[in-house]
Write a protein that binds this ligand. Structure first.
Ligand code: KIV
Length: 272
């Protein structure tokens, strides 16, 4: 008797491009570990982002700046082991690609080699063009990220909506076109006006994935812990919570404590 393994159609950068052409929306979520990645991939997500938001939600730092390349490789390799179908994108962390395209390439190569991920994401436009070009020249797919780019938080000074003024909006459109021309396979637009994001999605041919960028783009991304309601102090307007895991987990832990203290746990059937 032969066992037939069901072949899944893996999400590639070409599949994403086809989805844009067909007008089929792209779903993307973060994951940072094996167990969550397995659940998210099994549920049918198109792209899993091993975001440097791991610096906030996994490590408890205030910004994304402290996370290192080694940390990102650890998270990414854990995620890759749980994934069967989704395209895995990994953030190049702060300080591993800006202003030095050779370092950018060696950072991207380390991520690809040591984690088995499928692509990398970099924040910025024309200022990182050389780094994007060099990474692409090694055959590594690159996703761009414009708008509110959290690695530049100390330049912005605040997490408010970006590109509300004409000058910044014009620069963002130019940067999106430049990333498209350079060869990026998609771009994340974070926290910008919906009308601007829609214009970018219409004017560039590669998929535009939004977070806080309205519904006129080609897909959406959220941080998994936000969507699950684990980060209860984070309440931006763009966030839709699909669960309240903060309360669920708190309730479960409290129940366990009560059972241990009252000697209800373990009972006769829960021991050897
Ligand atoms: O690091 C991250 O999670 C991200 C998303 C917010 C797009 O870059």
């Amino acid at each position: 008797m032969s066992v037939h393994k069901v072949e899944v159609k893996k999400v590639t950068t070409h599949v994403l491009q086809e989805m844009k052409l067909k007008g089929e929306k792209i779903s993307m979520l973060t994951a940072y570990d094996y167990t969550m990645a397995k659940i998210v991939d099994g549920a049918g997500i198109d792209i899993i982002l091993v975001g440097d938001s791991a610096s906030n939600v996994m490590a408890g730092y205030e910004t994304t700046l402290p996370i290192t390349l080694e940390h990102m490789i650890y998270h990414a390799s854990s995620v890759v082991r749980g994934v069967n179908r989704s395209l895995v994108v990994v953030d190049l962390p702060f300080g591993t690609y800006q202003g030095n395209s050779k370092e950018a390439l060696s950072s991207a190569i380390r991520i690809m080699k040591e984690s088995g991920a499928h692509s990398v994401k970099l924040e910025g436009g024309k200022e990182i063009r050389e780094s994007v070009e060099r990474i692409l020249s090694a055959g590594i797919p690159v996703m761009g990220h414009l708008g509110l780019t959290p690695q530049s938080i100390y330049k912005f000074g605040t997490y408010v909506v970006r590109a509300k003024e004409d000058e910044e909006a014009t620069r963002l459109i130019e940067d999106a076109k430049l990333l498209e021309k350079t060869g990026c396979f998609a771009i994340v637009l974070e926290k910008i006006p919906a009308t601007l994001a829609e214009k970018v999605a219409k004017e560039v041919s590669i998929p535009i994935i939004g977070i806080g960028a309205g519904g006129g783009v080609d897909g959406q991304v959220l941080v998994l812990h936000d969507l699950l309601g684990m980060t209860n102090e984070f309440n931006p307007r763009f966030l839709r919570r699909y669960h309240n895991l903060f309360e669920e987990i708190t309730g479960a832990v409290k129940g366990y404590i009560v059972d241990v203290k009252s000697t209800d746990f373990p009972n006769k059937s829960e021991q050897y």
